[in-house]
Design a protein around this ligand. Sequence first.
Ligand code: ATP
Ligand code: ZN
Length: 213
Amino acid sequence: MSKKIRIAVQKSGRLQEQSVKLLKECGLSFSNGPNRLKTETYNFPAEILFLRDDDIPQYVEDNVADIGIVGENVFIEKQKDISLIERLDFSKCRLSIAVPREKDYEGIASINGKKIATSYPNIVQQFLTENNITAEIHEISGSVEIAPGIGLADAICDIVSTGSTLLSNGLKEVETVMKSEAVLIANNTLDAETQVLLEKLIFRIKAVNTAKN
Ligand code: ATP
Ligand code: ZN
């Protein structure tokens, strides 16, 4: 039996639909029932694993999956020993710091000594360090944008695309910490056969994305 490349994609959420669409455009055909963890593909020797996006870098590092699709923000935050292979040109967003609209903000120094709520503590800490700022980071896993309103934090760092969520929570965006898009990540120790399959897939991804632009 010949090798299959194991591809991890988000099981539900903002990356799911376009991850599946890209793989299908690359010629992999498979059914993705809502409750399936794993599915085989026709036309290409692959297996798709549907996982929580935040867990994908760990699964790729641990060699449970060979490659995966996640937001660049998640790839950077998780700090795993894996590689970014290709930017995929969808799920574009940014990670920004926001503060209550009524607060004066005079540059990044205004954050000094404050509390920042975020789901991305490593990325925020790195940004603060680069800017010589000391602030207290509160890690929370969801609904970060409500933290200032309930007195949990002075500022937040969260994903922004249009800014409408910030607006409806009385917040204003004051700093861009990083830009992000969906990326293809890979295990660093793929065997030769899997590496060949990865290269075939990358070739197809490039062809698909070039045709779109
Ligand atoms: P959970 O895993 O708890 O469902 P999440 O934020 O990790 O929440 P999604 O909301 O599905 O999961 O987001 C997945 C990825 O999609 C994010 O890590 C980010 O890269 C990207 N993303 C998130 N929000 C947007 C957005 N509004 N526009 C474009 N891309 C986004
Ligand atoms: Zn997630």
